[in-house]
Ligand binder design. Structure first.
Ligand code: S3P
Length: 442
């Protein structure tokens, strides 16, 4: 059954301050990459703390269809036997990537130069998302990938003789586009270089190095030589900062809360949510900073208190791209105004997240002004409550569950089933921490 077959609604009521210590599920971006790179590598790759959410399971089924052997060795552990130098299997059926933009865009780069003909499809949301941003640079490298006239999936990949390396300046800050070009570069002649307008998550660069690839990367530029083979390795996946963000905000806006989030990924190209919350005055203590699987992690202790509004511009948006919705809730609970700008990319996520946040905040009674590239939120501490449409977007659903902490009446959230794409067990975990969430199927 796909995540969207049954409509799931939540009713969430304000709860007591949050207490406890938890490790949220593994990082989604890193779990996808561990599967993809392990599938291509020579030999075995062992993955620990793999995120078994629907998005990463779509990647898992796809790599199996391409010939990788994946075996579950524990509740969140996998052994991948890579395809290495052998030819890829030729799946007859399209690869169904569900709701997962990361899978679709990275597979385009991964498969463009590998002598396969296949089709990539996704659910209704993924089939609306822009793919030209990936197909254009790949076409410059010589790839043949056909999309609909609107530049959306289904995508048909055709075999080509050889790709050529390129030097590509990305028009937007996107780790998915950067990753797709670098992954295509692995099979291309010569060198492939990406240059970004602002730094974005560098998980691909770090993990390719862990798989033995020679790759150079600085703040905005990454470069690799084609023709390199990956070697299987061991990857321990940090807890996902994007999932932890909901708990960070929940605890930060609820006085009396004291929560410890264990082994959270704090990669500096990804940790803008921590910068933003700390600038707002949130009490977040970084403990035991260390490295796990080539990625920096820390235990984050967050205590509830008063927050103040801040300005969030394009650079910080790129470092907190998936956490902006959660930051909107923190902003609404803060004193003073928060202005978010340079955030157009949020319009092309699993839903139009700018629109969804503006509508949702207004439905709760929060004053918010919609702008072309962001919004202005007037912080007001608490709000009434109301009904929200998550429109099948996991992060919007979780965001408004957190908003219920400051609602005088309850918050009803429609269409929450896709929370399992990134945070399976969210409702149960939140209940363990003191949240009151009732689920109903529609
Ligand atoms: C991701 C990159 C980001 C992010 C997405 C995961 C990745 O997308 O929003 O959830 O794993 O590379 P963009 O590259 O489109 O910004």
């Amino acid at each position: 059954m796909s995540a969207t077959d049954t409509r799931l609604d939540w009713t969430v009521a304000a709860s007591e301050p949050l207490h406890g210590a938890v490790r949220v599920p593994g990082d989604k971006s890193i779990s996808h990459r561990a599967l993809m790179f392990g599938a291509l590598a020579e030999g075995e790759t062992m993955v620990e703390h793999f995120l078994d959410g629907a998005d990463c399971l779509a990647t898992l089924h796809a790599v199996q269809a391409l010939g990788a052997q994946v075996e579950q060795t524990g509740p969140h552990s996998l052994r991948i036997r890579g395809i290495g130098g052998a030819p890829l299997a030729r799946p007859e059926a399209p690869l169904d990537l569900g709701n997962s933009g990361t899978s679709m865009r990275l597979f385009c780069g991964l498969l463009a130069g590998r002598d396969v003909a296949l089709t990539l499809v996704g659910d209704a949301s993924l089939s609306r998302r822009p793919m030209r941003r990936v197909l254009d640079p790949l076409a410059q490298m010589g790839a043949q990938i056909a999309a609909t006239e609107a530049g959306t999936a289904p995508l048909h990949i055709q075999p080509v003789a050889e790709l050529q390396g390129i030097r590509y300046e990305l028009p937007m800050a996107s780790a998915q586009v950067k990753s797709a070009v670098l992954l295509a570069g692995l099979t291309a002649a010569g060198t492939t270089t990406t240059i970004e307008p602002a730094p974005t998550r560098d998980h691909t660069e770090r993990m390719l190095a862990a798989f033995g690839c020679e790759i150079t990367h600085s703040e905005r530029e990454a470069s690799l030589r084609g023709g390199q083979r990956l070697q299987g390795t061991q990857i321990a996946v940090p807890a996902d900062l994007s999932s932890a963000a909901f708990l960070l905000v929940a605890a930060a806006i609820t006085p009396g809360s004291d929560l410890l989030l264990r082994e959270v990924g704090v990669n500096p190209t990804r940790n803008g949510v921590l910068t933003a919350l700390q600038r707002m005055g949130a009490d977040i203590e970084w403990q035991q900073i260390r490295t796990l699987g080539g990625e920096p992690v820390a235990d984050l202790r967050v205590r509830g208190g008063a927050l103040s509004g801040i300005e969030i511009g394009a650079e910080l948006v790129a470092l907190a791209i998936d956490e902006i919705p959660a930051l909107c809730i923190a902003a609404a609970a803060a004193r003073g105004e928060t202005v978010i700008s340079g955030a157009e990319e949020l319009k092309v996520k699993e839903s139009d997240r700018l629109g969804a946040m503006v509508r949702g905040l207004r439905a709760l009674g929060v004053e918010v002004e919609e702008r072309a590239d962001g919004m202005r939120i007037v912080g007001q501490g608490a709000w009434d409550g109301g009904e929200i449409d998550a429109a099948g977007d996991h992060r919007i659903a979780m965001c408004f569950a957190v908003a219920a902490l400051r609602a005088r009446q309850g918050v009803r959230i429609r269409d929450c089933a896709n929370v399992q794409t990134s945070f399976p067990g969210f409702a149960d975990l939140m209940r363990r921490l003191g949240f009151r969430i009732d689920e109903s199927q529609a």
